[in-house]
Design a protein around this ligand. Structure first.
Ligand SMILES: Cc1ncc(COP(=O)(O)O)c(C=O)c1O
Length: 303
């Protein structure tokens, strides 16, 4: 097929799969793909504002770390990744809203081998898939009221710093939260609050913003790092520090962060109000700083 954008594709998302751009309904992978059989792959989610990717080098570095973590070579150079993702954003421009905010999803699996075998196959070609979808602006109701969260035992494996597609524990945890009418599960391991099922965790205590230090127990979130950077740049006190469960429960504010949800105030934890039960003053400051940062990305004044 032609790789040129076609008018008839305007209603359907275009994806990138193994070297080709094509409509999502035509994109297929073999059932022998190890991503399908074993969850043997890694992924990234990258927001783009006004068609510009936020912190692409950071996301590509984390992708590299994830690939190193599963001992899979990176099939593409950083320049090639950028070119593919920018073309994808362009091809899906017509589907995005007037702001042209989109979320890119990319995935690399160990590829497809004839025989199902846990051992790495020899000479297998990784599967590379990417897509972009419209990224809606944060829901104003969340800024007004915040979200409910529940705390749950962290049942995940020991390499949570790898952004692996093997997300069954996260799926089960998020579903449990949903069934308890909560929008996120905050995961507790060895008495410490670690992160959400698909987000990082911040609390505010004595006027200081705190987030757990990085390690194999959590995903090093790009939004998390940006929040710490913005705090430092704008003179807000912030530190990386373990959050024992008891401190989580007495925090003045709780936030969760992720690329697609941005910074979300948690106003109820396990049925009890966090602080006064409304989004807190430091959340308001930080979310304004984050909004300004996104605008700078839109203008091309920040990445
Ligand atoms: C388990 C987990 N932690 C943290 C994050 C936040 O990472 P980022 O800010 O890079 O989106 C995510 C994102 O999906 C996640 O799945």
């Amino acid at each position: 097929m032609s790789n040129e954008p076609r008018d008839e594709d305007a209603g359907e998302a275009i994806v990138y799969l193994n070297g080709r751009f094509l409509p999502v309904s035509e994109a297929c992978i073999p059932v022998t793909d190890r991503g399908f059989l074993f969850g043997d792959g890694v992924y990234e989610v990258i927001p783009a504002y006004g068609g510009r990717l936020l912190r692409l080098p950071h996301h590509l570095q984390r992708l590299q770390n994830s690939l190193d973590g599963i001992r899979l070579h990176n099939p593409l150079s950083s320049d090639r990744w950028r070119a593919i993702l920018e073309e994808l954003l362009q091809r899906n421009r017509a589907l995005a809203g007037p702001d042209n905010d989109q979320s890119v999803y990319l995935q690399v699996t160990r590829g497809s081998a004839a025989k199902r075998d846990h051992r790495f196959p020899e000479e297998v070609v990784p599967t590379v898939y990417a897509t972009s979808t419209p990224l809606p602006a944060p829901d104003p109701a969340i800024a007004e009221h915040g979200i409910r969260a529940v705390s749950l035992d962290d049942i995940r494996w020991r390499y949570c710093d790898i952004k692996a597609v093997t997300l069954l524990p996260n799926v089960l945890l998020r579903q449990q939260a949903t069934e308890r009418d909560a929008a996120e599960a905050i995961l507790i391991r060895d008495g410490l609050a670690i992160e959400g099922s698909a987000s990082n965790l911040f609390i505010v205590r004595d006027g200081i913003i705190e987030t757990p230090p990085k390690g194999p127990q959590m995903l090093p979130g790009i939004t998390r790092d940006l929040v710490l950077e913005l705090a430092a740049r704008h003179g807000l006190a912030a530190r990386e520090s373990d959050i024992p469960e008891a401190l989580l429960r007495t925090a003045a504010e709780i936030w969760i962060t992720s690329s697609t949800r941005e910074i979300v105030p948690v106003t109820e934890l396990d049925g009890k109000a966090v602080g006064d039960g409304r989004p807190g003053p430091l959340w308001k400051k930080m979310s304004a700083l984050y909004r300004d940062y996104k605008d700078a990305v839109r203008r091309g004044a920040a990445e």
